[in-house]
Design a binder for this molecule. Structure first.
Ligand SMILES: Cc1ncc(C[n+]2csc(CCOP(=O)(O)OP(=O)(O)O)c2C)c(N)n1
Ligand SMILES: [Mg+2]
Length: 691
């Protein structure tokens, strides 16, 4: 009796000690960096602690485990919370090849280097920098958006890989979030979609602290969040005191028991108004506490006031006995089951192996279409749709959907079923008119091993941009398909006609932008996309038909793989002028070229479906396509000309868009905006005259 009472007391003390270690590590790291947010990690420490220590099925020794529960810190400004957990739980580092190393992903030294150059503790969690970080967060709302994709991934993988007696996938997804995450529109889209899909494996923990950066949340946020989420079809539960570990545990148990809806746990926290002994002040919110405040706060926690980065004896062992032991047991049990699975279903196991390594299956490129020359031609959205369908036959984990435009985007995977509430095995996702969460959930699917794509009109890529950017930053191969790529849209008018989107996406580091010029370039584009492992792609396609070029007359479409290639050359091989086109303007360049040729001008046409890929080619190849000596160059693209100086040079000319478009039949727009053979020929002559 006495002994067990003793044990209870010790257990509670260790709980408190562990929670306060998370808090003080965050305080010290933020103070040392003199930058960052200590408030949220301090307040959320007990929530994260309870989750990790008691519930999260996660083996710190095997952070790659396929069926691990996922933890997403959507309020990425609380990064120190995650870094402290990774350190205290002893999570191992995983290298770029997916090998688990002996080394820890988060040694204490890295916490001491919080927010410093080259550290594994950047201001906001970055998954490609710090293994154990499941997804990059910081832009509020993106993490909760990712969590929906991850929860879909769990369900989809379960539906496709589990077999009787072999529960390979049943992982849960937990996302911590703040007022900002729920104020953001994307948070609403994500919650709406998750509720619709009845993702009962998804749990959000909302830090209801009544405060944002500028001041009390009440200045700008007064809706009843609980009622809103109930309206979305969520299960909503509340923990009135974040420090009540029993109540927190009960909330997580409620989540585990709920089988028909996602769960929102609203956790009342108060610390955000300042340090705990100074509840009326907002001064320190979102900023380091300051030395004096650090001292007082530590005193409040019963911590040695002068200790820095103190990890009391027993805390790390306590984590080992908690999440460590539970995680190891769960994973090793799973491992035994998976051995049997591998024996019985070697093909499925092999599939999972490849998915995890972002490899392609054997024969991934068989039966891809090729297109015969045809003057009338076919829109690249159509040709792309055909290639996508062929690839989907070969790559069983290629799945995706559109923001309610699949019929227009030609992204339906015919005959391959749908993902619906309660039935998750299909290959077509129906995102609804929710572009923001298309982007974020595609990223969540991709970090879960699925090759996912999302689609909409190119003009609305703006809505997805924040997610595209995170895919690029975190080096994941998300696929974004955009059709209706220019004023070629015609009658729908300027609200639907992209102008600056090409330039703006080309400005984004590590994003591949591909704008194929005809059906066969679209095939080549998809071959490039399929092989990407560390870069997302924006595939930019037309609504209107484009001629399918005669490749016996002009160069092969395989030149696409080099980003730009000589499609038609001057008969002498020594061009006086170079016309550079992308997408729908390639055939216009060809027509202008034929005209110039008939007039005795030595012209060359360069098709340039991807600036980024061309940039990477060696100098000799680039020189062979765009010889430095030929300064008479004309770019032709139905988009903002911003950036084309790079390729046409100071003496070059650009044919492009200098204003928003207009609502009219395409043939009138082409004439009005000067996308005609006459204009291109005239510009070519001007360029030649200037040299
Ligand atoms: C999309 C986006 N907008 C703005 C910010 C800058 N920012 C960081 S935290 C924050 C708000 C903080 O309030 P809350 O979300 O309630 O988090 P708390 O401070 O309570 O932890 C803002 C506006 C951001 N990170 N992401
Ligand atoms: Mg807040």
């Amino acid at each position: 009796m006495v002994a067990s009472e003793q044990a209870v007391v010790t257990g509670q003390q260790l709980d408190t000690l562990s929670v306060n270690t998370i808090r003080t590590l965050a305080i010290d790291a933020v103070q040392k960096a003199n930058s960052g947010h200590p408030g949220a990690p301090m307040a959320l420490a007990p929530v994260a602690y309870t989750l990790w220590q008691e519930f999260l099925r996660y083996d710190p020794e095997e952070p790659n485990w396929l069926n691990r529960d996922r933890f997403v810190l959507s309020n990425g400004h609380a990064s120190m919370l995650l870094y402290s957990l990774l350190y205290l739980a002893g999570v191992r580092r995983v290298d770029e090849n997916g090998e688990v190393l002996r080394e820890l992903t988060m040694p204490l030294e890295e916490i001491k280097r919080f927010r410093q150059l080259g550290s594994r503790t950047p201001g906001h969690p970055e998954s490609h920098i710090t293994s154990g970080v499941e997804t990059t967060t910081g832009p509020l709302g993106q993490g909760v958006g990712n969590s929906v994709g991850m929860a879909i991934a769990s369900r989809w993988q379960a539906a496709n890989f589990n077999r009787p007696g072999f529960e390979v996938f049943d992982f849960d997804v937990y996302a911590m979030c703040s007022d900002g995450d729920l104020m953001e529109g994307i948070g609403g889209e994500a919650a709406s979609l998750a509720g619709h899909l009845k993702l009962s494996n998804l749990c959000w923990m909302y830090d209801y602290n009544h405060v944002t950066l500028d001041g009390p949340a009440s200045w700008s946020f007064s809706e009843d969040v609980a009622t809103r989420f109930i309206g979305y079809g969520w299960n909503v539960t509340r923990v009135a005191d974040a420090n009540d570990l029993d109540m927190l545990a009960r909330a997580f148990e409620t989540f585990k028991k709920t089988t028909d809806r996602p769960t929102l746990i609203i956790v009342d926290t108060h610390i955000g108004y300042g340090s705990p002994h100074k509840q009326d002040s907002n001064a320190s919110h979102g900023e380091p506490l300051g030395e004096e405040e650090v001292r007082l706060t530590k005193k409040f926690y019963g911590w040695p006031e002068d200790a820095k980065f103190l990890v009391p004896e027993g805390v790390i062992e306590h984590f080992k006995d908690g999440i460590g032991k539970r995680g190891r047991e769960a994973r090793s049990q799973w491992g035994k089951m998976f051995e049997g699975y591998t024996q019985k279903y070697p093909e499925l196991a092999e599939r999972l192996h490849r998915m995890q390594r972002r490899e392609l299956p054997e024969g991934w490129d068989k039966n891809l279409p090729s297109f015969a020359a045809d003057a009338k031609g076919i829109a690249t959205r159509e040709s792309s749709g055909k290639v996508l369908n062929a690839l989907a036959q070969n790559i069983p984990w290629l799945i995706g959907g559109s923001a309610d435009l699949a019929t227009s985007n030609k992204t339906n995977l015919n005959g391959l079923g749908d993902v619906e509430a309660g039935s998750y095995s299909g290959r077509n996702l129906h995102f609804g008119v929710r572009e923001h969460v298309v982007g974020a959930s595609v990223n969540g699917l991709v970090v879960s091993g699925i090759r996912a794509f999302g689609a909409t009109f190119f003009n609305f890529s703006d809505y997805m941009r924040a997610s595209i950017r995170l895919a690029a930053l975190s080096e994941i191969p998300s696929i974004f398909i955009f059709t209706h790529d220019s004023i070629g849209v015609g009658e729908d008018g300027p609200t639907h006609q992209p102008i600056e989107q090409l330039a703006s996406l080309r400005a984004m580091p590590n994003l591949i932008v591909l704008r194929p010029g005809d059906a066969n370039e679209a095939v080549e584009a998809w071959k490039i996309i399929a092989r990407l492992q560390h870069e997302p792609v924006a595939l930019v396609l037309t609504r209107q038909a484009l001629p399918t070029l005669d490749r016996t007359k002009y160069a092969a479409a395989s030149g696409t793989t080099r980003g730009a290639y000589v499609l038609a050359d001057a008969p002498s091989g020594k061009p006086e002028v170079i016309l550079i086109g992308t997408g729908s303007e390639v055939s216009l360049c060809i027509d202008a070229y034929e005209k110039l040729k008939s007039e005795g001008v030595q012209a060359r046409v360069v098709s340039m479906p991807s600036w980024e890929i061309f940039e990477r080619q060696d100098a000799a190849y680039k020189e062979s396509v765009l010889p430095a000596a030929v300064t008479a160059r004309v770019s032709v693209e139905m988009a903002a000309t911003f950036g084309w100086e790079r390729w046409v040079g100071l003496k070059g000319r650009t044919v492009g868009m200098h204003r928003f478009g207009a609502s009219a039949p395409l043939k009138d727009l082409l004439k009005f905006f000067g996308f005609t053979v006459e204009t291109v020929v005239a510009e070519a002559r001007k360029a030649m005259a200037e040299k």
